[in-house]
Design a binder for this molecule. Sequence first.
Ligand code: BGC
Length: 775
Amino acid sequence: MRADIDKIISEMTIEEKISLCSGADSWTTKSMVSHAIPSILMTDGPHGLRKQTNMSDIADINSSRPATCFPAACSTACSWDESILYRIGAAIGEEASCENVSLVLGPGLNIKRNPLCGRNFEYFSEDPILAGKMGAAYVQGMEGVGVGACVKHFACNNQERARMSSNSVISDRALREIYLRPFEIAVTAGKPSAVMCSYNKINGVYSSDNENLLTGILRDEWGFGGVVITDWGAMSNRIKAFKAGCDLNMPGGSNYMEKACLRAIRKGTLSETDIDRSVKRILKLVLKYNDIPVMPGPLPDHNDFAAHAAAESAVLLKNEDSILPLKKGCKTVLIGAMAKNMRYQGSGSSHITPSKITNPTDAMPDLPWVQGCLDNGDTNEMLIEEAREAALNADVAIVFAGLPDAYESEGFDRSSMRMPSGHVRMISEIADVNPNTVVILMCGSPVECHFADSVKAILYMGLPGQAGGEAVRKLLFGDTNPSGRLAETWPIHYEDCVSAPYYSKTDDALYLEDIYVGYRYYDKAGIPVRWPFGYGLSYTTFEYSDLVYKDQSVSVTVTNTGNDGGSEVVQLYIALPQEGIHKPVKELKSFKKVYLEKGESCRITFPLNAGDFAIWNNGWHIQSGTYRFLIGGLSESVDITYEDIETPLWQSGSWFESFSGEPDLKTLEFQTGMLYKPAEAKKGSFTVNNSIAEMKDSSFIMKQMYKAVSSYVLKHSNGKADPDDPAYKMMLNMAVSSPLRAMQINAGLKDSLIRGLVLMANGHFFKGLARMLRG
Ligand code: BGC
């Protein structure tokens, strides 16, 4: 194939080469008949296929062909089971083949930096090892059935506020140890066909233009051989992006900066070799995936597996008096709107039209149901009265609560960690009249659970996908023994999060807390949490014994000591020496999920390598000292003599010694070696990187644009500005806050129009008009 590719490239004109590096439309690459270059189709998304029925309208996100809606990543990560992710990847790949889709845009590997990120439900974990391993397994499954996977969003796209332009200011250490790690694992172990670069800047450089990220780290260090694709509208400077190793600009159709690239080549500021590199990688991808056998016939039926995955991912958070599984013959009532109309997936580009839906009431038709609250999370006296009455007359009340659609979505961050007040009230009123209250939580991220002490059991389903109701049934009645473990910490109050005072409060994302994300912070600062990372109960019990470190491996025996067969997630943490340069108390290094029959034991061995002990300090280094291996309450130490890592000068007296109060910008500036200056959006200095929202108050023309764009979005939402419709909220947010260049790419607006508008917004109306007319 190589020879063919070289031959094709040698026969292409430079114009054709540049053109091939942008898609044809929203979802396909360009075909070039004269060179026998085929086109391939790509679609979202991570939790099932989203092949739009209306391919030409990028904004029509909710109209897609039916496909299996698997549990979202927030759930599947809690399975801690790589084989589940492998099978999900393979199943989505099979459905993709049936739909002639060659590349699936997923999985999402961003770290859950703060519980309020609107898109956390699409991401796996606060921990890089768990996120990376889950992602790698998914990629392997999908690539194994001959469909390409595209891991996203590379990198540091951890807030939805200003997500298309925000600057992630971050130290090298946090970047390497936390935010790049999941990508490193998925790229090296999973070998995805593509990586999607993110919208944001990292330390001032847009991801698409970031040579250190896309070539230095991704290709030279990690050996990535595939294609880098932009997120939709993420291309910043096409010339810099070619040099950086960003290959494919998506969506296509706008010819964005293609003429500028030609001029740069003629001037000698861009070399044709840089373009050839990208063309070669794109050709390799399209020739490989255009060749895959398309599976004929209807979509394979993955519904049962979706139910299995959801049940394996659920986390039993509380089970006082072993109230679950439900005892035979006990009078049970289901309460809450979500029992009949469950929340099973998130909103945005990962939204799927499910092939079937099994709500809890469908799966348990014999159990009575009362509404308790409205779909939007509110409630009223009548609904509460009816629910109390039903609960009073039952042995066990199962209350469904969580976050309705409008509370979390791609495109905006959550405003608080609270559940809707109607849900909170419903739980408390039911718990008041029935001591045997069980809460089933359906939400894509942690919520404040102040009700936890007043109910008997809590089962976290996450966003369990289309067969969620069936999974709930299996768990409640003991057909499946819960075996999920939390993939992120559940704080007691939102204010307990280290980044709470500043997260998503400004457009730029200042990673002041550095590596102290999730449990790394709570452990270090000694802050109590509602439920820790890695936590989850079972209907049986497990005991650990014989923890031994030998020949660079850690082994332990785990025994099922209870009365049921069940799965345990064996988690290996390393506690790091605390002297010298700051370090987390402990870090997850490896894990394995094992099924054990009642009374059965097994021995698990985790091989370790030098990387498991290393921290980033201008390169990976291992500090001499005592390291402890922690598994299931046991611990074993080893003294390692390696090197002394110098403690950074800024550490003394800083937050990194006390872990109390807020981390500060000064320290981050020391760490990055850069003074932080927020981007100024000011008349006179607006560029194509500014948004309509930023320019509207100082420019009449932008005010009109703002109105026009808002009414366009409104028209797409059937004319209803519904605050409960997350798709409307997301689209509006994206449309008005996306940089103008992204509008050019996403909406196909002409370059001359965009440049003219910027001139006008800067107060040069006639110059702007002339620019538009010239175009
Ligand atoms: C999202 C990506 C998605 C793409 C195409 C973007 O807005 O960030 O995750 O794959 O749209 O739908």
